[in-house]
Each structure stands twice: as structure tokens, then as C-alpha cells.
Design a protein around this ligand. Structure first.
Ligand code: ZN
Length: 301
């Protein structure tokens, strides 16, 4: 039986695991993503080498990474983290570093496409061919599948930077995105909540006006995605979505904004099964990296 290594390469921490799926994670380690990319990647390599000594050879590695990244295998910079503002990480050849240490297939994609693949393989998107996975947290990101293939195209989706209707009378906050100001991430990420209200989201009580505004922005983004991609389900993960009551507010607001225009029972009658939490919870990222590895191994054998 094949054995895989997965790296959830987040902007603040790396999670590395060895195993074959949610019921078979044999070892796991997490450590901070420092400003020294070589040092951070070196820790991941050391972990997998140590695990190979204990458990035998790995058959493939999967990396689900913060970005922007280059996920196009035909591109000369395939496997790179590209123009990230994160200090020490711009133009880092992640796949090259790993291939030098392990002569095995290395799959590479965005953190959200990885999580989406994990949800498709073992979580809330099983059996679907067109769905979206969104994370609302330190940033806002989205990925998923269209007709059974992970979304790539020109590069990869940057759903968090879509523009929304911003009523400056209701919400004079200008937004925090360094590129766009009041894009979705600029208005509704965790750091935007903190900047607008002067305290972190988890310090704001459930009846604070922050949450109806937050639900409104999250729902606007979801409705835009529903109208563009026609997903069969939308999965909402990330730290901000853990706030009690927010998910049900988002569902109500999605229905209100669509105003019965899309006449499908998933939206008109069963929205709680349409806009959902990740089935794998906070494990979607690292399990997605394992699922990416599995895909690379299947493609190679
Ligand atoms: Zn932006």
C-alpha cells in the first residue's frame, strides 16, 4: 500500500503529516512559517526523512500552499510561491527544494484547492463535481472543482479579491487590502474585523453589529460565486466562520440576496445542506495535501 506525505504550507504555520487518509495519519508535526524559507522547508524535509527511516519510503508528496503560487506543470516556475508579500518567501521554489531531497512525485496547489480536494475525497464534497471551498480567516481564499477538475486556468482563482457592493454610509471602513482597499478580503477577513472594530473577532459578542455586517459581506461573495460557477455546494471554513451563529446568518443572507431567483431546492428549501461547514473541520488543509499526493501517485503509476 502506498504511503504519502502532505504539507499544509500556511502563511503562519506549516503542518506536515504522513499517512493515507483521515483514519490513518501516522505522524504529524507543526512549526511556524519563519521569514527564512529554506530553513522552514528544511524542517519539513527533516521530518519526512525521519518518518521514512521509521515507516519506509514515501510514494509521493503533496503541498497545499499559501500564495500566490504557480500550479501550472508546463510553466518554468511551476511549484513556486511567486509574488507573496510574506517576507522571505517571494519566488521560492518549493517543489524544486522537495524534489532535490526526495525523488518522488510532488503535487503542488493552493491551500484552498488542497482543502477542496480533501473535502471531495473524504469530507463535505464527496460525490460532487462542481463545488467551492472558501476560507474566511487571516485572509479570504477560495478554490474547488468545476466538472471534476480542480480550478486552475490562467493561474488559480483569487476569490478573496472580488469586489463587493460597499455601502459607505452603513460601513465607512475603507478596507485593508494593500492592492484594492475594500475588496472582499479587505472588508471581511479576520484582520479587517479587527481593524474596523478595534478588537479581534473572537472578542466581539454574538449580538454585536459586526456580525450582521460580516454575514452580509460573506453572503455577497457566496452569491457572486453561486451566480458565476453554479456550484452544487459551498463549503465555508476558516477561523472567522467558527463564530457561533455566523453560518446561519450567512445562509439567511444568501437566500435574501438571491431573492428566489435560482429555483433549486438546495437554495430555496435546504440551504443548510448547501452552505456548509467543512466535513473535515480544521483538518481539511493537511488532509488535502495528502489527497494531492495520492493524486500525483495515481497519475505516476
Ligand atoms: Zn484585494
Amino acid at each position: 500500500m502506498a504511503l504519502f506525505g502532505g504539507i499544509e504550507a500556511g502563511g503562519t504555520k506549516f503542518v506536515c503529516a504522513v499517512g493515507t487518509g483521515p483514519d490513518d495519519i501516522r505522524a504529524e508535526i507543526r512549526f511556524p512559517t519563519t521569514a527564512d524559507a529554506q530553513e522552514t522547508l528544511g524542517r519539513a524535509v527533516a521530518f519526512f526523512q525521519e518518518q521514512e527511516a521509521r515507516q519506509g519510503r514515501l510514494d509521493a508528496l503533496g503541498v497545499a500552499s499559501f500564495g500566490p503560487v504557480d500550479p501550472d506543470p508546463r510553466s518554468p516556475t511551476f511549484g513556486y510561491i511567486t509574488t507573496t508579500p510574506k517576507p522571505g518567501w517571494a519566488h521560492t521554489d518549493v517543489v524544486g527544494f522537495l524534489r532535490q531531497a526526495f525523488r518522488i512525485p510532488v503535487a503542488f496547489d493552493t491551500d484552498v484547492n488542497g482543502a477542496a480536494l480533501g473535502e471531495w475525497r473524504w469530507g463535505a464534497a464527496q460525490g460532487l463535481d462542481t463545488f467551492v471551498y472558501l476560507t474566511i480567516g487571516t485572509g479570504i481564499g477560495g478554490g474547488g472543482m468545476v466538472n471534476g477538475a480542480l480550478m486552475h486556468g490562467l493561474m488559480h482563482p483569487e476569490m478573496g479579491h472580488m469586489r463587493l457592493c460597499h455601502d459607505r454610509e452603513r460601513d465607512p471602513f475603507p478596507g485593508i487590502c494593500p492592492y484594492h482597499g475594500d475588496c472582499w478580503e479587505g472588508l471581511a477577513s479576520g484582520p479587517a474585523l479587527q481593524a474596523r472594530w478595534g478588537q479581534p473577532g473572537d472578542a466581539l459578542p454574538p449580538d454585536h453589529p459586526a456580525w450582521s455586517l460580516e454575514a452580509h459581506y460573506i453572503a455577497q461573495g457566496v452569491v457572486n460565486i453561486v451566480c458565476v460557477l453554479s456550484p452544487q455546494r459551498v463549503i465555508l471554513g476558516g477561523g472567522v466562520m467558527a463564530v457561533p451563529g455566523l453560518l446561519s446568518q450567512v445562509r439567511r443572507e444568501v437566500q435574501a440576496l438571491l431573492n428566489d431567483y435560482i429555483q433549486r431546492p438546495a437554495l430555496t428549501e435546504a440551504v443548510e445542506a448547501y452552505v456548509v461547514k467543512p466535513g473535515l473541520g480544521g483538518r481539511a488543509g493537511v488532509l488535502g495535501a495528502i489527497a494531492l499526493a495520492e493524486g500525483a501517485w495515481r497519475a505516476a503509476v
